[in-house]
Design a protein around this ligand. Structure first.
Ligand SMILES: *Cc1c(COP(=O)(O)O)cnc(C)c1O
Length: 221
């Protein structure tokens, strides 16, 4: 079972890093996976999932939540500010806060609802033009703005390293930025590098294909 295998590898990585068992949360990234595969992982008892798009999540998670207790779904893909209300309906955490306009919309919506999902700020550590995320030089100011101007509680930072670079460099960078801002959460590490991320302090790893198999384009869309 792929889920069990990944859980065991996480436990080993925690041990090697001298970290407590269970200190790393596994987000099973179910985007673009057939519902039958997602259901299998739910039946095995896993309850924490990640999705890239509000639209896609809206098509499956209300039904799964009705069938399985205590499901949590995290948004790990970009969020348009006009989808904030829908996102708050669907997600328990948002890993992709990356601009002031979005923080403002979140703050307004959170105040109306009286509850706030866990929020992570995405950092573009590789400074890639096509990629979302706050630039490294702007992180400290952005964290401060979220906290002081918008009264948002920030759980941590999130990164998707450049594919062609050594991920560990980006994980260490993210960890340093989090520390100096007093942030505990580190959302980093995917199928190919989650063990490295755990060694460098990840609190949330986002693993898709290693659990569910390769993504099949256009399923569930
Ligand atoms: C798809 C995705 C993942 C999971 O990727 P795998 O390589 O399949 O583990 C993790 N994080 C983000 C932001 C993603 O979009």
């Amino acid at each position: 079972m792929a889920l069990l295998d990944i859980q065991q590898r996480i436990a080993v990585a925690e041990g090697k890093a001298g970290r407590d068992a269970g200190s790393v949360l596994l987000i099973a990234v179910s985007k673009v996976q057939p519902n039958a595969r997602v259901a299998e992982v739910l039946v095995q008892g896993h309850r924490l999932f990640g999705e890239n798009r509000a639209q896609e999540a809206a098509g499956k998670w209300p039904d799964f939540r009705a069938q399985f207790a205590d499901v949590q779904v995290h948004l790990i893909g970009p969020l348009q500010s006009n989808k904030v209300n829908q996102a708050l309906e669907l997600f328990d955490a948002i890993h992709t806060v990356d601009r002031e306009k979005l923080s403002k919309k979140l703050a307004d919506a959170v105040q109306k609802r009286g509850s706030c999902p866990e929020l992570f700020i995405q950092v573009n550590t590789g400074e890639e033009p096509q990629k979302a995320g706050v630039m490294p030089a702007d992180v400290d100011d952005f964290v401060k703005t979220c906290r002081e101007v918008y009264d948002l509680s920030i759980a941590g930072l999130m990164v998707i390293p450049p594919v062609e670079e050594e991920a560990s460099l980006h994980f260490s960078l993210l960890s340093k930025m989090a520390k100096r801002n007093g942030l505990e959460g580190l959302s980093m590490g995917m199928s190919s590098d989650f063990e490295k991320a755990i060694a460098l302090g990840a609190t949330h790893v986002r693993v898709g294909s290693a659990i569910f198999g390769e993504r099949v384009a256009s399923v569930n869309l």
